[in-house]
Design a protein around this ligand. Structure first.
Ligand code: PMP
Length: 458
């Protein structure tokens, strides 16, 4: 194969297992002290500091599957910018495309040929999408998809699922991590704000249901009769540990949506361009009315998209649904994203097949490690992402079960893995992500690091 998935430089791999004492992070500590005086929390996203103890590490470079922090410690990266970097850090072909475009004009604020090229490329991955529009981030995509659904149906309410995350806009910041004491009955969850500052009027327009439970959804839809414009969901729940849908669940939700004249929106921001070329809709064979994409679509450039059936997407074109943003579909981003998708598509999507194989190998070997070290933990995966959670359950199937995992133990695991050059997010709800740049050597090192850490945790 002429252009196989990128093989990153081995020199980044820690040569020896770094002990806690040996890993100096004093520059990160000093930077954090300075950062919190200037930036609330020390970084422009809660997810970049909230779960880190005693302070987050400051990263300064990345190549392939490896990252290096301010103190020159190197790690195999399983955060991958929350799953964005499906082809690893600074893939040479993406870098080259971005450099070339930067010389030719970074953005124009006009129609551009690159946008047509990328729309064609997008449809090659997602043939069920009649049309597509681009945006910067997942929250732009989900907020616009909801607006299109409201315009299409003439209804105001939307239904989302407890524990699902769709970005930081008000309509999505409902019941993302509701504590059970206030969340209401499992089958009828309450709509709770995930942040201060969400208007109660917004909460009144967002109905919440438990995921992976078609009967409960049917009852809740019935309660609201014909008032729901759209059902939005992560087709694989991936923001409250990784939870695949039960057999035929997605099919049932599609039927329930159709029989209630509501649109079905799959939020494929995590699953898209990762679990299969056409995302979860291809993996599970269920096509929604609209879908939202982000993260791996841009491969490191800020790109998101809304796609779907022509009859709904075309509500934008005559100006019925207002759509746009100054930076939407800028040349620099599109050039990088086009190179990213070209790398993924080569040789009949070989890179995504390799990604799946590596995920299977890592999760299988980690399951063996869990058994050998006599831990009570379950591992759940779909191609390219997985969760390892300490729990008494053999399987986590919904949000309420995911609440019962041992967060503290995972945090300790995270620390022990850092000491061995393996970087995960400390919050167990965030998935562990792989890229096409992760090598067999990376996997071998990672399995050894987990074994060492889990032994110490026993
Ligand atoms: N939808 C899902 C499923 C996500 O996981 C995220 C981000 N983690 C978003 C939407 C929001 O994307 P962004 O952070 O790019 O706005």
């Amino acid at each position: 194969m002429s252009s196989s998935p990128q093989q990153p430089e081995q020199s980044f791999l820690p040569k020896t297992v770094v002990t806690p004492k040996a890993r100096n992070t004093s520059k990160s500590s000093a930077l954090h002290e300075e950062a919190v005086r200037l930036i609330p929390g020390g970084a422009s996203s809660t997810m970049r500091w909230a779960s880190y103890e005693p302070y987050p590490l400051f990263m300064k470079s990345g190549a392939g599957s490896k990252i290096v922090d301010a103190d020159d410690n190197s790690y195999i990266d399983y955060l991958l910018a929350f799953g964005v970097l499906v082809n690893g850090h600074s893939h040479p072909r993406i870098v080259e495309a971005v450099q070339k475009q930067a010389m030719e004009g970074m953005m124009f604020g006009t129609a551009i040929e690159l946008e047509v090229d990328l729309a064609k490329k997008f449809r090659q991955f997602v043939p069920s999408a009649d049309m597509v529009v681009f945006a910067n981030g997942g929250m732009d995509a989900t907020s616009n998809a909801l607006r299109i659904a409201r315009a299409a149906t003439g209804k105001d309410l939307i239904l989302k699922f407890e524990g699902h995350y769709h970005g930081q806009h008000d309509y999505a910041m409902v019941s993302v991590e509701s504590p059970p004491v206030v969340a209401g009955m499992e089958e009828y969850p309450r709509s709770l704000p995930y942040s201060a500052g969400i208007p109660s009027m917004v909460l009144d327009t967002v109905v919440v249901a438990p995921w992976n439970n078609a009967k409960a959804l049917e009852r809740i839809m019935k309660r609201h009769r014909n008032d729901i414009a759209a059902i939005i969901m992560e087709p694989v729940m991936a923001n409250s540990t990784v939870i695949p849908p039960n057999v035929d669940y997605l099919k049932s939700v599609k039927e329930i949506a159709a029989s209630n004249d509501a649109l079905l929106i799959f939020d494929e921001v995590i699953t898209g361009f990762r679990v299969a070329p056409g995302g979860a809709e291809q993996l599970y064979g269920v096509t929604p009315d609209l879908a939202t994409w982000g993260k791996a679509l841009g491969g490191g450039l800020p790109l998101a998209a809304v796609s779907g059936k022509k009859e709904y997407m075309e509500l934008i074109a005559p100006g019925k649904v207002s759509y746009g943003g100054t930076y939407f579909a800028n040349s620099l981003t599109l050039a990088g994203a086009k190179a990213n998708l070209e790398v993924l598509a080569e040789h009949d999507y070989q890179a995504l097949k390799v990604l799946k194989d590596r995920t299977d190998r890592l999760t299988t070997e980690l399951s063996e490690v869990v058994q050998r070290t006599k831990q009570k933990a379950c591992i759940q995966n779909v191609p390219g992402i997985f969760t390892l959670a300490f729990t008494k359950y053999s399987k986590i199937t919904n949000y309420r079960e995911s609440l019962l995992i041992d967060w503290e133990k995972f945090r300790m695991l995270h620390q022990l893995l850092l000491d061995q050059g393996v970087y995960l997010h400390p919050d167990n709800y965030e998935r562990v992500a792989l890229s096409t740049a992760h090598t067999d050597e990376d996997i071998t090192h990672t399995v050894q690091a987990f074994e060492e850490a889990l032994k110490r945790l026993s």
